[in-house]
Write a protein that binds this ligand. Structure first.
Ligand SMILES: [Zn+2]
Length: 466
């Protein structure tokens, strides 16, 4: 852009002295157009839309049993009333649930909306317009699988989120982290060896141009990168504290950021009213992150007993996934990535047992990445929790508990209101399920057949009951 002296000249010529005081943009703007006065009767009265679900049994996101048959009235984007005697307002859409289950929309706490459809190579090479359109189509599919909200833990997702929120594209609510912040050679550094060394001020690498991940190698650099993501609209910040499966130069056992670097990120995020979550499998990377004030651990698959106890003592969140083995399909057989994936999968059972034993605040997610075929089975990954949890525990985790984690972003939340529950005043993200998922969790695995109504923000996106 302009250097400082040029800018001052521009201000003076465009807006005179007042322009200097008000700033160049304001002074260059034409005065607001006068809207002609209209008679009051021409202004349409905005009546909020209303939907009455009658004859439904409610899973409220909290309880381990369904309610008796009742009615749930949605007005605008919120649940207005619940009760047997709720009447339909004029012009309300009435849905007779026929005794089916009404439950909160599902929440995936570990999703990468921009990285589901491409392969790792395509994520770096696809035309950006095409990448966004593909992610938009996947977002529509995500909503139609019953996922009304996702917490996006890495990827250039701000445009997609805006398009969904503005109604340009159909998709879930997105809590974006923006670019993953990593160190040189850390998880998320997808550069090639010929791109090393890096110097500050050098043209950015492809992954950084895209906003998929950012390299930062000192507390000061971390602060810049964190604040940039917050400026772009991140609701929480994601760092990679240890090695990862998909990255080419990042062994699984390594610990990456120093405690001072992690602390710089935590400080910047907390000043902004939100929190840092870290990718971390190993005890060392988890312990260092907690020492630095990190509030949530993604994965934790290789943690040990002492680490689980520490997570419990500090009240830190564990956002863990019953990772399906098919995730490894994104990598060639015999590759390093395949071997790393196997090592992580082997830790899943122990990690979940520790999470149960120490009653960790446990969020559920899928981390389905680089695998559109597997994405179609997103709900099945929730069913996988049955190895360690009852159907009710799994469903509470994917609704109310995940919503509690989302709410950690405080005032950075772009969807004020309660998610993950069916209660009066909560946001109306609802699924009408053909059957009782508390008895048969498998219903979640076939959303096309079993989710007969899907509502997000009070709007119906699917209705098989006509
Ligand atoms: Zn991930």
């Amino acid at each position: 852009m302009y250097n400082a002296p040029t800018r001052i000249v521009l201000m003076l010529t465009a807006g005179g002295l007042l322009g200097v005081l008000a700033g160049p943009l304001e002074s260059a703007e034409p005065p607001p157009k006068q809207v002609p006065d209209r008679p009051a009767q021409d202004v349409p009265v905005a009546r909020p839309t209303a939907t009455l679900f009658k004859n439904v049994k409610v899973f409220d996101g909290k309880s381990d049993r369904l309610t008796e048959s009742t009615s749930v009235l949605v007005v605008g984007n919120k649940i207005d009333k619940i009760g047997g005697d709720v009447a339909a307002p004029e012009k309300a859409t009435v849905i007779d649930g026929g005794g089916r289950t009404l439950m909160p929309g599902l929440i995936d706490a570990h999703w990468h909306a921009m990285l589901v459809r491409p392969t790792p190579a395509e994520a770096l090479t696809w035309d950006v317009g095409y990448a966004n359109l593909a992610a938009g189509a996947e977002a529509t599919d995500t909503l139609l699988r019953g996922f009304t909200t996702v917490r996006d833990v890495g990827g250039p997702v701000f445009g997609l989120k805006r398009a969904i929120d503005d109604g340009v594209v159909v998709g879930p609510r997105i809590y974006p982290s923006g670019a993953v912040i990593t160190v040189t050679s850390g998880h998320g550094d997808f550069r090639q060896s010929f791109e090393v060394p890096r110097t500050v001020g050098q043209p950015r690498s492809r992954m950084e141009q895209l906003g998929a991940s950012m390299v930062a190698d000192s507390p000061d650099e971390v602060r810049v990168r964190v604040r940039e993501q917050l400026m772009l609209g991140a609701t929480q910040i994601k760092l990679t504290a240890g090695g990862g499966v998909a990255s080419p130069h990042s062994p699984l056992d390594v610990t990456t950021f120093t405690e001072a670097e992690l602390r710089a990120a935590v400080e910047a995020a907390e000043n902004w009213g939100t929190y840092v979550t870290v990718h971390a499998y190993t005890p060392d990377s988890i312990k260092r992150s907690i020492a630095a004030g990190v509030k949530c651990i993604e994965h934790g698959h290789l943690m040990d007993e002492a680490t689980a106890r520490l997570i419990a003592d500090r009240g830190v969140w564990l956002s863990i996934q019953p990772l399906p083995e098919e995730l490894a399909e994104a990598f060639p057989p015999g590759s390093q990535q395949r071997a790393k994936a196997a090592e992580v999968f082997a830790g899943t059972d122990v990690a979940y047992r520790l999470a149960r034993k120490y009653k960790l605040k446990t969020a559920w997610g899928t981390d389905i990445i680089f695998n559109p075929r597997l994405a179609r089975r997103q709900g099945e990954v929730l069913v996988n929790l049955e190895r360690w949890y009852t159907p009710a525990e799994a469903l509470v985790m994917a609704t109310r508990t995940n919503a509690e984690l989302l709410a950690m972003c405080g005032k950075r939340n772009s969807y004020p209101g309660k998610l993950g529950v069916v209660e009066e005043g909560a946001l109306a993200d609802l699924l009408l399920v053909d059957g009782d998922p508390l008895k048969n969790l498998n219903l979640i695995a076939d959303p096309a057949r079993n989710f007969v109504v899907i509502m997000k923000d009070g709007k119906i996106y699917k209705n098989l009951i006509r």
